[in-house]
Design a protein around this ligand. Structure first.
Ligand code: GDP
Length: 410
């Protein structure tokens, strides 16, 4: 699987990081190596993605003689009518004369919408109302374009909420009647997984020459872009990035690969990692542990690190396939930090450095509880937790030192 290595690499790094209680120079090294390796591999994935999506930019093909006919197909609401106007705007910029054709006869509103958009762009809109047949409308429009020496017509066809027989049959008929230069399938970038099936069906039924991916300005990573070329052999030609006329751009496979992989996310992931693991801090912590001085200040620092890791996991969550850490778990970690923080903030500097003071004095614990709005029991638990952590760390250190001693004896 394409993303397999990148995903596994980052995931394994993450698991190693999550597994360590205290971050040290030593235990950071391996996860960092994993991340570096994953990033190197991602670069290879990147190139593969670019190839998968067609490699190169693919512009509109124009007819050798007579008007170029661009037939737009797609489900309802994907942005087909908007794309008609955007394409007319694009063609005009190229110096081509253009006409829009209202062949969606089922929604009178669609004809009105196209008429308004045509006015905005400054191109004529051909319409015969809702009574004529789409095939006839398109044929007549082509004749008119021919007689007026118009370079291209863009045909807005009817969409349905789902693929259905009558829509496909109608598209087939229109296609047969006018033999379009381009048959472009308009696909909503949010379509995700179903995009492959959609493109396949349209391609088998009517035969497409390319696709246009709309609404790429939204949250979608644009994963739908990955399947178009693979399942149809046809390129994505344009992407829509907004509702305005100028928000249509040629499709650049390398830029899309970047987006799909979220290189930006990966880079900020690395930055965050480094931020969390500032080495001096880790070394200082380690010294504290070895001298059994781990106090509430360290405890707080570590809880904050864990929460930072939580927000880091949010970035990992954006990676393809990396959604194992749920937002609920992140919220839980952050809630826990806020909970702990309020109690530690209510401690005096002396109490933070000498947790024994709290262990020995019930009055102090009650005071911290009152000041932080927590119960005495909750404060006692926090104090107990700190001593537990200390004991565990001591034990761990003892084991390491013990092993070193044993190794030294050999
Ligand atoms: P149709 O039913 O396929 O003809 O879809 P429309 O052209 O009427 O578009 C449906 C909605 O999507 C409208 O509100 C458009 O403004 C909006 N829309 C179309 N393309 C884009 C796009 O690239 N980005 C965003 N954000 N909205 C779009």
């Amino acid at each position: 699987e394409m993303f397999g290595q990148l995903t596994t690499g980052l995931e394994s790094a993450w698991n190693k990081l999550r597994g360590v209680g205290v971050l040290t120079k030593e235990n950071i090294a391996e996860p960092m190596r994993d991340i570096r390796r994953a990033l190197l591999e991602a670069d290879i994935v990147h190139d593969e993605l670019v190839q998968l999506m067609g490699g190169e930019v693919s512009d509109i093909v124009f007819a050798k003689s007579g008007p170029t006919v661009i037939l737009l197909a797609g489900l309802q609401g994907v942005g087909k009518t908007t794309v008609c106007a955007k394409l007319a705007f694009y063609l005009k910029k190229l110096g081509k004369s253009c006409m829009l054709v209202a062949a969606d006869i089922y929604r009178p509103a669609a004809i009105d919408q196209l008429t308004i958009l045509g006015k905005q762009v400054g191109v004529p809109v051909y319409s015969e109302g809702t009574e004529a047949k789409p095939t006839q409308i398109t044929k007549n429009a082509m004749e008119e374009a021919k007689s007026k020496n118009i370079d291209a017509i863009v045909v807005d066809t009817a969409g349905r909420l789902q693929i259905d027989r009558s829509m496909m049959d109608e598209l087939k008929e229109v296609k047969k009647a006018v033999n379009p230069t381009e048959v472009l399938l308009v696909v909503d970038a949010m379509t995700g997984q179903e995009a492959a099936a959609l493109v396949t069906t349209f391609n088998i039924e009517i035969g497409i020459t390319g696709a246009i991916l709309t609404k790429l300005d939204g949250d979608s990573r644009g994963g739908a872009a990955l399947s178009v070329k693979e399942v149809s052999g046809r390129p994505i030609k344009f992407v829509g990035r907004g509702e305005r006329l100028e928000d249509l751009e040629l499709f650049y496979p390398d830029r899309m690969a970047q987006r799909v992989l979220g290189m930006g996310d990966v880079l900020s992931f690395v930055e965050k990692t480094q931020e969390v693991m500032r080495q001096e801090e880790a070394i200082e912590l380690q010294k504290k542990i070895m001298s059994a001085k781990f106090d509430f200040n360290d405890f707080l620092k570590q809880s904050q690190n864990v929460a930072k890791m939580g927000s880091m996991s949010r970035i990992i969550g954006m990676m393809p396939g990396m959604n194992k850490i749920t937002p609920a778990q992140i919220r839980e970690a952050e809630k826990r930090l806020a909970f702990v923080e309020s109690m530690i903030n209510a401690m005096t500097a002396e109490e933070r450095e000498k947790p024994e003071l709290l262990a020995e004095s019930r009055e102090r614990r009650i005071r911290v509880a009152e000041e932080s709005g927590k119960t005495e029991q909750e404060v006692s638990q926090l104090v107990a937790q700190l001593f537990q952590m200390r004991a565990q760390m001591q034990k761990l250190m003892g084991m390491v030192q013990g092993q070193e001693a044993i190794a030294g004896m050999g």
